[in-house]
Structure formats: C-alpha cells, structure tokens
Ligand binder design. Structure first.
Ligand code: ACO
Length: 342
C-alpha cells in the first residue's frame, strides 16, 4: 500500500467557556458529581447564530479555523488539497458544511463531502482518507467537529453536562514532500465496526412535525423535518465502550503488526475519563500514556480526537516517530481504532 504521511494538525474551540459551576441553575447537578463521574470541568460552546457572525462563530467557521491551522502546519498549499472530508453530525447546513469549510480554508481545487458517524466520525474519516490516498487523491484534509450543544436537552442532566463544541483537523498526503518537509509517520493499521441494534442507546432522532399541503385532489399531511434532542442510555453506552474499545484497538494493533508495548500514546474519543481509565487498564497501559483534554472541552464528538491530537502535537508531547493508538466510539452504534505513527 501507498504510505500515508501525517503532515499537520489544527484545532479550534469557541471562546464561550462554561465551567461546571456556570451550568443552568435549574439543573440538579454539581461540579463534584460531574468531575468525579466524567472528568469534565468545563466545555466551550458555540453561541446561537443564524448565519455568519464571524470566524469561529459557526460550526463551519470552527471547522475552517481548525483546517487552516492544520494546513499551515503541514506546509501544503490549500489549493493543492484534492479532497476535504468534513466529519460532522451537527452541521450548520443539513446538506453538509464540507464545501463551505473547503472554501473558507482556501481548498479551491478540492472535492468536499461530509461524513456522518457521530463520535466515530473523525476516525472513520481518517480511514476513508487513507483509502483515497491509495488511488485518486494526493493530499487530503480531514476535519472533525461537532456542535452538540445545539442538540442536547439542557434540562437533561444525564446528557447535557457531557458535551462541548469544537473541531480539529489533519492533513494527510501520499507524498512525503508535499509540504516541503520530509513527511513520515503514517497510518499503520485500523479496524472499524458498527451495529445498528444499539442505535436507540444514543440518538438525535426525529423531532419534526407535520405540514398540511393542499393538492389538486384535496390535501395531504406530510412530514416536516426536525431533530433532537439527544437521548442517551449512559450506562449502556459506557458498557459498550469499555467492552468494544480494547477489542478494536487490539484488532488494529494486529493489523499494524505491533503489540501494546509499541504504543506511546492512547488517544481515545474524549467521552468520560473513567472509560479511558478502564480501557487503559484492560490494555495494561499506564494512565501516563493516555492523552486526555476532556476536562477543558467535554465531549466534542467528532472533534475530540483531532482536537486532543493537535494539542498533544503542538505541546511537544507527541514527538516524531511516536506511535498512537486512537479509537473513536459512539452513536450508531459505531466504533473504530487506528494506529498512527506521528
Ligand atoms: N448530576 C448529578 N446526578 C446525576 C447526573 C448529573 N449530571 N446525571 C445523572 N445523575 C444521577 C442519576 O440520576 C443517578 O441517580 P439515581 O441513582 O438516583 O438514579 C446517579 O446520578 C447515578 O447515575 P448513573 O447513570 O449510574 O451514573 P454513571 O456513573 O453511569 O455516569 C454517565 C453517567 C456519566 C452518563 C456515564 O454513564 C457515561 O459517561 N456514559 C457514557 C456516555 C457517553 O460516552 N456518551 C457519548 C458517546 S459519544 C457520541 O456518539 C455522541
């Protein structure tokens, strides 16, 4: 297979920061409960916007900010990106934000499409990108981001405390020198799964209504679109994640021809620190190898893995040649793992 080089990361999060103590006063919860049960102390939220109110104030704006930063780090000129995959389940536009993100990031020659796989979105997008790099594409930008604050029930303490908004991005290339550097790193192996039987455990389903349409024959009642709010069986999702994530990571390590001893960093979807602790323990990895930033951002769905990766790369925690075991999981149900070499 053609090697896949990882050339740059970027991320963006809204400036509005909501610590646990500032959650709605009528929510029967506490900072202590949220921190001890989830590891979250704050989240960043997009304000309500109708249309464009400036960079970073819309979902597409956040995604484009992250994309621009990843492109800058990569050295790949935006016009040389062939493909933009925007992994998002909560776009500004139901038809997708990919083309807007590509245009804002200057990817004028790219084909752009959206990929919807909730919290597994970025992982699935990364694998999709690496497959395109085996064929028609040379440089691919994968963006992951969500704005689930727009879709939660702010009176449901079981779920609204978990989510935050944010985005991250990664530039991949089949050409080591695409950005003027040496390239290197890559996607060493992966494994992906989904199971619709668990769909009802975590969803943002139809919440629309009806519309009467007068026709020549009389009239018909048709559906009117609408979604949400998010409903979640937290215990079932927790059990699913702690059961499947170690298994899928093990499959991806086998595919990559490595063992757990070769893993320098464990980078899981940032859903709950206790899920990370359990997965690390099951894989016999110390917590010192776990990359976690959910204390500050909560669960940003498709944004969480690239956001945490970008922070770890920029802080120097992830170094050239380090091996990362990454795994996403969530609604669908869907889950997947990828072994990355930085
Ligand atoms: N504040 C205070 N109390 C609360 C809160 C809250 N925010 N939420 C629930 N409780 C209460 C419950 O009502 C329950 O009370 P009861 O015993 O009187 O019935 C008690 O706390 C314990 O609730 P549990 O559900 O047992 O709490 P648990 O330890 O399982 O934690 C949590 C709940 C945090 C939701 C956990 O199950 C979890 O993280 N699950 C995974 C969720 C997840 O990862 N979802 C996202 C997937 S990604 C995607 O695709 C979008």
């Amino acid at each position: 297979p053609t090697p896949v080089h990882l050339l740059g990361t970027g991320s963006s999060s809204p400036s509005l920061r909501l610590p646990n103590a500032a959650l709605p006063a009528n929510l029967d919860t506490s900072d202590d409960w949220i921190r001890t049960r989830t590891g979250i102390t704050a989240r960043h939220l997009l304000p309500a916007t109708a249309g464009e109110t400036g960079a970073g104030e819309t979902m597409a704006g956040l995604a484009a900010d992250a994309a621009r930063r990843a492109l800058d780090m990569s050295g790949v000129p935006p016009a040389e990106i062939d493909l933009v995959i925007n992994c998002c389940s909560s776009p500004d536009d139901l038809f997708g934000d990919a083309t807007t993100v590509a245009a804002k990031a200057g990817c004028t020659n790219a084909v752009a499409f959206d990929l919807t796989a909730a919290c597994s979105g970025f992982l699935f997008g990364l694998v999709t990108a690496s497959n395109f790099l085996q064929g028609p594409a040379r440089n691919v930008l994968v963006v992951g981001g969500d704005a689930l604050s727009r879709w939660v029930d702010w009176e449901d303490r079981n779920s609204c405390i978990l989510f935050g908004d944010g985005a991250g991005a990664l530039v991949l290339s089949s050409d080591a020198g695409a950005g003027g550097g040496e390239g290197g790193g890559g996607l060493l192996g992966y494994s992906m799964h989904s199971d619709g039987k668990g769909h009802g455990d975590l969803m943002c389903g139809g919440g629309g209504g009806e519309v009467e349409v007068d026709t020549a024959d009389g009239g018909v009642t048709l559906g009117k679109g609408g979604y949400g709010p998010i409903t979640m069986n937290g215990k079932k999702v927790y059990a699913f994640a702690t059961r499947e994530v170690p298994a899928v990571l093990t499959e991806a390590m086998e595919e990559a021809g490595i063992t757990v001893d070769n893993i320098d960093h464990l980078l899981l979807h940032q859903a709950n620190i206790r899920i990370m602790e359990t997965v690390a323990k099951r894989l016999k990895l110390p917590m010192s190898k776990v990359i976690a930033n959910l204390d500050e951002y909560g669960n940003t769905s498709a944004g969480s893995i690239p956001l945490a990766l970008d922070e770890a790369v920029r802080s120097g925690r992830v170094k050239k040649g380090d091996v990362i075991g990454a795994a996403g999981f969530g609604a669908g149900l869907s889950w997947g793992a990828a072994i990355l070499k930085w």
